[in-house]
Write a new protein. Sequence first.
Length: 194
Amino acid sequence: MFRRRVELHPIERLRELVWPRLGWKRAFQYGWRRVWRLGGTPHAVALGVAAGAFASFTPFLGFHFAVGFAIAWVLRGNLIASAFGTFVGNPLTFPFIWIATYDLGYWMLQGSEAPTEPELQVDMLSGQALEGILPVLVPMLVGGIPLGLVVGGIIYYLTRSTVEAYQAKRRDRLARKAALRDRHAKDQSAVAEL
């Protein structure tokens, strides 16, 4: 029903992932409007989006959806909204997130400024890959928690106020339609009595 009439070539599909045909602004607006229309209380929706945004600040790339779902589930937020919240971390924002979380985490752990180029010594064949990644992963995790909380709090506030306004406007519109429908039904019954 919602499929394309003409299937895209795999290269065109890849291009759509990198740069949507109608632009990133349109894709962002579509996602934001989908969040407004989610069922549930504004608190639950905003909590879900904030949980997803917080998950984007963890260094567990590839597991952000799962981390966002878990946090939203524990806090009783909207699980679908948490998936939308993970879009805070995207190819455009990840470099900034990674640098900020590493620098803050290194400063919190070491009390000094982070080196400009962290040393990654990953030798996958020797089985010591985790030991080479830990000096970078741990500061990113430690720095990601406060940054994720701050960004999650800001996104919670923005999302909650937006969803509340949208739901109030929608309730008013539905009430006006119901009143109009009732008035029309009364007029029809009055005409039928004559």
